[in-house]
Design a protein around this ligand. Sequence first.
Ligand code: GH3
Ligand code: MG
Ligand code: MG
Length: 556
Amino acid sequence: MRWIACLLLALCAVQPTHAMAATPVQVCVAPLANVAEAVVAKAGVDPAQFDCSGNQVQHGPGDFMVHLKFAPVMPEAGDPLVLRTTSVWQDGALLTFRYADGDTAQTEFRSSHAARYLTVGAMFEFPVPLRRAPLTGIDIEARGVANLRGIVLGPLLMPRSEAFSSKIELVALYAAFAGLALALIVYNLALWAAMRHRFQLYYCAMVASLVGYTFTSSGMATILFPALANNDRLRLNYVLLAIVAAMALRFIRHFFEARVCGPRMRLAMGLLTGLGLASSLAFALLAPWHIGLLDRFYFIGMTGVLFMVVPVLISARINRSRYFWLFIVSWSAPLATSLMRSAYGFNLIGYSFWLDNGNLIALSVEALLSSLMITARLRELSRERDHALAGEQMARRLANTDPLTGLLNRRSFLELAMGRKSRQRLMLIDIDHFKTVNDRLGHADGDDVLRAVAEAIQACRPQRSLAVRLGGEEFALLIPRARFADCPADMVLEAVRQLSLPQGIKVTVSLGFADGSVETEEDWKRLYRLADAALYRAKSDGRDRACRATDFRIAA
Ligand code: GH3
Ligand code: MG
Ligand code: MG
């Protein structure tokens, strides 16, 4: 969390370094019908007929005369001026540039041939023709204007060199975003291949549609495909952004645990997604017919999709979702920008370039934070896995060993022993008079004696041999033939005699051994019977000794 806080602070500290040397421009508008043609043509506009309040939207759709007011400006030699405005829905415009000496120049623009003037960032960039006198004003006769957010939005008068360097910055921004989006898609597809979480696919679909939206909303679509009229590019914007929102909602639904989004919530999500997509399609197919209403309908749908996040988050909190905070932290930036866009859609806040392109930055912040979160989550998972592995190993060891002595228990000993074809030696080892030991020392110290004897037997155990506590105070060694010489019976007897035990007592063991294979259950039973008989013999011969089964005849 500390690292994330540092990163966010660093991001906030990054400010655009590019200072625009643009001339401040005031926009005055009037419906074209109100402006006498003669006035426009000869002497420029009559200020009395124009609304310079900046509230352009109140005039609704239609044809307009726009007067751009600024202090007279003379371009430097070799660096002519350009006029930049943000692209809006309109059929066309006739720009009249007015100069101090009364000279004028005109530029005609049509939405269907917008590629000529459209530049990266979806801005119209009109070169200002060079004249000897300073530029004093620009009149724009705009026709078929939807006026959803304004008639002439964000006009800037700047030297061409300035416009060029801001274009380079934008290209860098879009290129960085494209790289990030590609990386996100590849990374999430790879994660999906490994983890098969459905939300990873929706995340990829969301990023891909956001790339599509950026392609159209940045103007790139028209720049690369000049046949695409500017108004049609705007239609695509609506549809692609609705798809982004639909995919985001799908992602959110599957991102949280299934209990977070119940059937009613899922139904509401489906309906809102449908409404969002339907409203975008209605706009794309029907505009400019009732374009203001269609636009309003669209923003209502999209805001509905956005606000669906609220009940989801409440439910995630109530249902104690593990991903609640992860979502809040990484998605706050995209949600905040979407909220701003909704406010802009309802004309509650004014236009800003970053409103249009804020989602790129927001997605970058989201990706960065999500990656850190995923790293933290993976670390947690790998720790959980290590714990589980250690637990499993421990459980296996506990299941296979005798808890008191740590030797094999009878079950695992038989599992390991069975199937040994070659000749084996089975030594049965029984502590002498152990009952007396228990009586003298008590059960707890008796246990210590058992542990000490087990350690002595373990120390004598040759390689590839098995040492087992068969039960009570009876132990066994199973030694392969090649190792017989490494473990003579006397060695075991002596090792037990040498033990230093509680209260300085001494114990001895009796040992009976027999040789044979343990390929089958029958073999085992036979070998055990022989060794047990030998043990019995060792006990009856006086204990603290070893006896070999072949040394005497056993009754069958
Ligand atoms: P022998 O020399 O004939 O083998 O005599 P013994 O007393 O060793 O033989 P017996 O089989 O009569 O007694 C075994 C004793 O071992 C009885 C039981 O209380 C004790 N014992 C069995 N399991 C444990 C255990 O886990 N801990 C302790 N402290 N004693 C045990
Ligand atoms: Mg005994
Ligand atoms: Mg016994």
